[in-house]
Design a protein around this ligand. Structure first.
Ligand code: AHR
Length: 505
């Protein structure tokens, strides 16, 4: 059986665990908003039409921020359509997803929902079909106290208190030819810089996110970041990254190593940011907002045929996630945590139905937790304190996509206040279990009894949760782990994600 060794030391840290690592994303796309978080005729709906079964699961996930309202949707969106009396709101074409947007759910509903879900709202402005003025109008509506047109409009619409939204995305994927209002690097750089400057005139303490590349495979990757930051360095705090992964042509080995791709992408974007910092002799460092990431079976997402009818909330990108997908999602969270020194915000895409952590049945059926829900919820629950810079000695295997990569990937967090320690680990071996030896000798005093939870498919990595069997895949309780002289060992099944927690004092 292959063996890996993980050495942990509380003094070797990457940086603090950032709560914003555990963000998600709600877009007006498919059934994410309608029939996802909002469905007034559902038996579980509250007085605002929000699904309480979904709200409960969101709390269980420990979501920090939620990005809204898109995504590609935002690049054609008029935010004013979604506020004011419902019966006066216009029905519009949503070109991004070939749908009809009823505007029944808009900004004020989102803010009310965010409060109930106990999440921090993160907004995106439309820099596709709109520009500086509309972004400022929206900011005024959202964040100004009172006494001006849009602030007073918010009050008249029933929200006396400003929403005080901190994080704002300056557009979405503006480098992508699929984007409404797609721009060249220079066009976007100018618009982002001017929009950011004007928005800061209203509220100087905003945290602004410039669009980075939609992926490292984009032709303009690197050139884009350089152009945007050269122009907008002073105006922005973050550059965004987006990445989606899928198992292609049965190549499970490469798919399980998706975290390797994420690590390399992050390292490259950091290099681009720091290059501009150095050339422009800046003190400030630009942080990374990985504000779209997940598994997405894009090859099943067919846009090749003639466009369908214009309908509201059609099911789009409702992937049924397998155990292997959950192992990859757990692995991507390991990668995000490992890069916590520069990736200080992230949004899993998306929360419900569309690439969802949560799935709902159309009509008055139930909601259930997809397989990917579990590594997200457990990582969010147990990552506390400092991310440790771990020493990992693991056998390697060959992948078609990324060359030789470690068979095991891991990260750990340690809370110096409580002494709690959490180790997150994936076994990428598709055939065999791996033993993992933990060297914990650097931790003073007894760590207590470790609790191991393991997510695997009992020999079938492609098993899913669905409406008929919503709890088919659940993390299983492993044997108690009792370190002896600062050493412990666990066995990790093939294609698995695990969390080992020690309670501390
Ligand atoms: O999350 C789904 C879509 O993926 C988003 O709308 C877009 O930004 C990305 O291409």
């Amino acid at each position: 059986m292959p063996n890996a060794v993980l050495t942990l030391h509380p003094a070797f840290t990457v940086g603090p665990v950032r709560r914003r690592t555990f963000g998600s994303f709600v877009e007006h796309m498919g059934r994410c908003v309608y029939e996802g978080i909002y469905q007034p005729d559902h038996p579980s709906a509250d007085e605002d039409g929000f699904r309480t079964d979904v709200l409960e699961m969101i709390r269980e996930l420990g979501i920090s921020t939620v990005r809204y309202p898109g995504g590609n949707f935002v690049s054609g969106y008029r935010w004013e359509d979604g506020v004011g009396p419902r019966e006066e709101r216009p029905r519009r074409l949503d070109l991004a997803w070939h749908s009809v947007e009823t505007n029944e759910f808009g900004l004020d509903e989102f803010m009310r929902w965010a409060k109930k879900a106990d999440v921090e709202p993160m907004m995106a402005v439309n820099l596709g079909t709109r520009g500086v003025q509309e972004a400022c109008d929206l900011l005024e509506y959202a964040n100004l106290d009172s006494g001006t047109h849009f602030a007073d409009a918010r009050i008249a619409n029933g929200s006396a208190e400003p929403y005080n939204v901190r994080m704002w995305c300056l557009g979405n994927e503006m480098d992508g030819p699929w984007q409404i209002g797609h721009k060249t690097p220079e066009q976007y750089a100018r618009l982002a810089s001017e929009t950011g400057r004007a928005m800061r005139m209203i509220d100087p303490d905003l945290e602004l996110v410039a669009c980075g590349s939609s992926g490292p495979e984009m032709e303009t990757f690197g050139t884009w970041e350089r152009a945007v930051l050269t122009e907008a360095y002073d105006q922005v705090d973050y550059v965004s990254l987006h990445a989606y992964y899928q198992e292609r042509d049965g190549d499970l080995g490469s798919f399980l190593a998706s975290g390797v791709h994420m690590d390399r992408f992050i390292a490259d974007v950091v290099a681009h940011c720091d290059h501009v910092r150095s050339v422009r002799r800046k003190e400030k460092r630009i942080m990374l907002s990985f504000d779209e990431w997940n598994v997405w079976y894009q090859t099943r997402f067919d846009t090749s045929g003639p466009p369908s009818e214009w309908v509201t909330a059609p099911p789009i990108a409702e992937d049924d996630y397998t155990v292997a997908d959950a192992v990859v999602v757990g692995g991507l969270l390991i990668s995000l945590l490992r890069n916590s020194d520069r990736v200080t915000a992230a949004s899993q895409a998306q929360l419900v139905n569309v690439l969802g952590l949560i799935r709902t049945e159309p009509g008055d059926g139930p909601a259930w937790r997809q397989t990917i829900f579990h590594p997200f919820a457990l990582t969010s629950a147990h990552a506390r304190g400092q991310v440790l810079d771990v020493g990992l000695d693991a056998p390697r295997y060959d992948t078609a996509k990324y060359g030789e990569v470690p068979l095991v990937d891991a990260v750990a967090t340690h809370d110096p206040e409580t002494g709690a320690l959490a180790v997150f680990v994936v076994n990428r071996d598709t055939e065999q279990p791996v033993t993992l030896d933990l060297d914990l000798r650097a931790f003073e005093g007894p760590l207590g009894e470790g609790r191991l939870r393991v997510l695997h498919g009992d020999g079938d990595p492609h098993v899913v949760n669905d409406a008929l069997d919503p709890d088919r895949v659940l993390p299983a309780e492993g044997p108690a782990v009792r370190p002896v002289d600062g050493r412990a060992g666990v066995t990790l099944p093939p294609v698995s994600w695990s969390v080992l927690t020690f309670p501390g004092r």
